[in-house]
Design a protein around this ligand. Structure first.
Ligand SMILES: [Mn+2]
Length: 424
């Protein structure tokens, strides 16, 4: 389903005067509103190919209907999101769930929707049909070299698929670890994993990055071989300058100070990418900003501070992706909400008065420092984000328009009620 320009214009016309009033109010007090708007317009967050369907837990799954049946339909759905918010201009593919059988055709379809291919994702956390050896006891860490070789070959395959589509990075997330004490020799598991990663890294195209994602626990519940940012940093440091750590917001132990992790990884030039979601208890994969919006703001505050200190480009120098699951909401509405939450946190962090904050820090004025941060966080920037969307030819109210157009029932009509997207 594609949204006609005339329908977008009609929608924006309806909301324009209401929007203009709010935007004027908020922008009146801002000195650098144009620079903030251009940064907001440039900032794109990739949508992973596994996020277009209903998610589930091990207890069940309750499909919404009209889910994309193939990669083409997934790209159409991302195109629809991007047409509404003009902030989701990238696709992150998962192999083997979404192998591009006809890469030229898939690339052309993406171009048609204004999308590029961001990081590729490999999968050695489950066994595929017809797979020779099992990953039950790990992949790159496995005690059996033949299993490690199979997992290495898969990662090289993923890179080859990515090259056909113009991607420039691969994200490696490993479920490797152990469920019980004594099951694994930690040092040997680390060394096997490093050796396997080295073999993949050796074949990495010169203009590619390798992103190593960490996760504290699950599916392994005693140890994880890339369990935290320290372990990821160990691997990426040993691998070389094209290897970076990837932070997934849900992959920490409760109450971890993620903003501090971000700051130090940037200091070491080792932060490569970001997976956004939110959580209350564990890797809950909830809508971004639905539980801890202040934490999200503080993370963006450190991202901007750290990236600016290194002269990095906010939009292009890190891989930004949503990594959430939608168990009870329409996946497309949920993705629109997540992207909006990211843009809001980014806009608020751009408002932080860095010069005054630095002055406050240098004289230990703790109260003032907190005031500066919270002033930015408590500014209602929704009309600022909407203005950026409007200027990029998106919709002033993406979810309203999505509902006005009855997108989901249209998708159910054309694809059927009992469709199921590939994924977990
Ligand atoms: Mn992730």
């Amino acid at each position: 389903m594609e949204i006609q320009t005339s329908i977008l214009e009609e929608h924006n016309k309806k909301w324009l005067s209401n929007h203009a009033r709010k935007f004027e109010q908020v922008s009146d007090e801002m000195a650098n509103v144009e620079s903030i708007l251009s940064k907001l317009i440039a900032f794109q967050i990739a949508i992973p190919s596994w996020a277009l369907g209903t998610g589930g837990t091990r207890f069940g799954r309750f499909p919404t209907g009209g889910e994309p049946r193939n990669l083409e339909e997934k790209i159409e759905d991302i195109g629809l999101i991007h047409a509404l918010n003009k902030s989701s201009g990238a696709v992150s593919l998962h192999i083997p769930w979404d192998i591009p059988e006809k890469p030229k055709h898939i690339k052309a379809l993406a171009v048609h929707h204004g999308l590029i291919f961001d990081a590729m994702n490999s999968n050695t956390f489950q066994d595929q049909k017809d797979q020779k050896l099992s990953y039950k006891f790990g992949s790159l860490q496995h005690v059996n070299r033949a299993v490690r070789d199979q997992a290495i070959a898969h990662n090289l395959d993923v890179i080859a698929h990515g090259q056909e589509l113009g991607s420039k990075s691969i994200t490696v997330w490993l479920a490797d670890g152990s469920c019980f004490p004594g099951q694994l020799n930690f040092r040997r598991a680390f060394q096997n994993t490093l050796e396997s990663l080295e073999q993949i890294y050796a074949k990495l195209p010169s203009d590619w990055k390798m992103l190593i994602e960490y996760k504290a626990f699950e599916p392994n519940f005693y140890s994880t071989t890339v369990g935290d940012w320290g372990q990821s940093l160990l691997y990426t440091s040993k691998l070389g300058s094209k290897a970076f750590t990837l932070v997934d917001l849900g992959h920490h132990l409760p109450n971890s100070n993620i903003e501090q992790i971000v700051s130090l990884l940037l200091m070491e030039s080792k932060l490569g990418g970001f997976h956004f979601n939110d959580s209350k208890y564990g890797d809950d994969d909830l809508t971004v900003g639905s539980i801890r919006p202040y934490q999200l703001f503080l993370i963006f505050n450190e991202l901007i501070e750290g990236m600016d200190a290194k002269g990095m480009n906010h939009a292009n120098d890190l891989a930004w992706m949503i990594d959430a699951s939608h168990n009870v909401k329409d996946p497309l509405e949920d993705l629109l909400q997540s992207v909006e939450a990211i843009k809001i946190a980014y806009a608020q962090a751009l408002l932080v008065d860095r010069k005054t904050l630095e002055e406050a820090q240098s004289v230990n004025d703790v109260t003032r420092a907190q005031e500066i941060l919270q002033h930015a966080f408590r500014t209602d920037v929704r009309s600022l984000v909407a203005e950026a969307r409007l200027r990029a030819n998106g919709a002033l109210h993406p979810i309203n328009l999505f509902r006005d157009l009855s997108v989901r029932s249209e998708l159910i009509k054309s694809r059927g009620l009992k469709t199921m997207a590939t994924g977990l």
